[in-house]
Design a protein around this ligand. Structure first.
Ligand code: EPU
Length: 441
């Protein structure tokens, strides 16, 4: 299988990039569509391998999902026949644990494996399982097989407060809540805009979901029937990848369509580096190099903070800066797989041991006593990078490594690009369009 890029970097990238639909909305709306009593049409669905794998999983359960246009997908969950998600899919797609909702809706019981996805630390789903239990769902875990068994004794009801918010957890609890005949309340819910888009999709089909600050209330919502096709929002993570790349290569790129509110913490951080940002119209931005990049310190946080998915791309920009910057990762453990790879092309990056007063509160993963964590890096900007060979280990790190290769002179090989293609549609074409020299080999 051709799983590498050969990249000839060193040129300023210039032109225009049109964003694809948001991966993390596409996956969730496809799963939610399986709970509709109608056909569901979704627009702006990216042709990425995570979506392709999810479509395969839907079909393996008897449901239907097919592209009827480049980015238009038709989904129908009324024929679901199988109530067990195969471990093969569970290990490939972390969001597969969201199948608890459509399978409990169709069959009243189901079997779902422990999730896979990117290797971003332990990534347990304890909060999510506790949430389902609070709503009255019976869930048992078999540690020998790695499968959860769930059963709906009665319609879900009750209240659950996330001790720390979870993005996909909030979405799953909303879907479970749709089956209530009274109400469910989710407190300290996550606030990512991708969740709002899922809520919008559901309420357009008749769901009764209300948001008051970080509390979400779901009332009796079924049956769900789609009246119009639903167009999902653009991918803000993709925007960050191309925007940082444009500035890092001393280029000038226009990117749309995106609404400012979903990238405001990115724009704030980028502005501090001295990068050029111009808002062209309501949904289009120009990102360009205008002066040497200033070093800055960044901490990742849930929305509305600086997003964890953005830090690998931001690290590439900071490598071109004039001095030392730091990135402190608070959301996931193990999100610096790109550091070792970047060192292979001459990047000077050290891990830092930060003294945090109350790490259990400060970090959003389940912080454990007596475990070694390396959650912060110092990037020494201004060193010249050379060509080499790098290996991609997870999705966002993958995009960052490909972008780093575009900064170097000479041929650089990046292996493991299937990780990147889990989440970036037409990466080669988009980079080519702004003048990057990249081929798949
Ligand atoms: N966590 C737990 N227990 C739980 C749930 C979460 O310990 O029951 C921990 C996680 O391990 C993590 C933290 O809490 O350390 C936050 O996790 P969260 O559940 O909020 O993240 P997620 O839903 O697994 C989604 C996106 C990520 C994105 C984060 C933050 C999807 C499929 N994934 O992950 O996207 O980084 O929210 O917004 O929606 C990506 O696209 O590459 C990606 C990793």
């Amino acid at each position: 299988m051709k799983d590498s890029f050969i990249i000839n970097g060193g040129k300023p990238l210039k032109g225009e990039v049109t964003l694809s639909g948001a991966k993390n909305v596409a996956l969730k709306t496809i799963i939610a569509a399986l709970m509709f009593d109608s056909e569901v049409y979704l627009e702006n669905i990216p042709r990425i391998s995570d979506v392709a794998d999810l479509i395969e999983l839907v079909r393996s359960l008897g449901g239907s999902a097919e592209f009827i246009g480049k980015n238009k997908l038709k989904v129908d969950g009324r024929n679901l026949k199988v109530k067990e998600v195969d471990l093969f899919y569970g290990s490939k797609i972390r969001a597969s644990f969201m199948f608890f909702a459509p399978l409990l809706f169709r069959f009243g019981e189901c079997v779902v494996p422990n999730p896979g996805g990117c290797r971003l630390g332990a990534r347990p789903i304890d909060r999510i399982i506790n949430g389902m239990k609070s709503f009255g769902v019976v869930v048992e875990y078999n540690s020998e097989t790695g499968y959860y068994k769930a059963r709906l004794k009665s319609p879900p009801s009750g209240k659950y407060r996330f001790e720390k918010p979870s993005h996909t957890g909030t979405e799953l609890l909303i879907l479970i809540g749709l089956m209530t005949d009274s109400e469910v309340i989710i407190e300290n819910a996550a606030a990512e805009p991708e969740i709002d888009d899922l809520i919008f999709f559901l309420t357009e089909a008749g769901a009764k979901i209300k948001k008051h600050g970080n509390t979400i209330i779901v009332n009796k919502s079924l049956p769900l029937v789609q009246k119009f096709p639903f167009k999902i929002i653009s991918d803000r993570n993709e925007l960050v990848t191309y925007a940082t790349l444009a500035v890092a290569t001393k280029g000038d790129v226009v990117i749309g369509e995106i609404s400012e509110s979903v990238i405001s913490s990115f724009l704030e951080a980028l502005k501090k580096t001295g990068a050029g940002i111009e808002k062209l119209d309501k949904n289009r931005f120009r990102f360009f190099y205008q002066q040497p990049i200033k070093p800055i310190n960044v901490e990742t946080e849930p929305h509305p903070g600086f997003m964890t998915d953005w830090q690998p791309s931001f690290a590439i920009l900071l490598l071109t800066g004039q001095g030392a910057s730091t990135i402190h990762e608070r959301v996931f453990e193990n999100r610096f797989s790109y550091v070792e790879e970047l060192r292979k092309i001459g990047a000077q990056i050290d891990f830092l041991r930060e003294e945090i007063k109350n790490p259990k509160e400060f970090y959003h993963f389940n912080w454990e006593e007596n475990k070694e964590y390396l959650q912060a890096i110092r990037i020494h900007g201004g060193q010249s990078l050379h060509n080499g060979v790098m290996n991609i280990k997870d999705l966002r790190a993958g995009a960052a490594l490909a972008c780093a290769a575009l900064l170097t002179h000479g041929e650089t090989i990046v292996n493991g690009v299937s990780n990147l293609e889990r989440g970036y549609e037409d990466f080669i074409e988009k980079i080519g369009k702004i003048g990057g020299d990249i081929k798949r080999i």
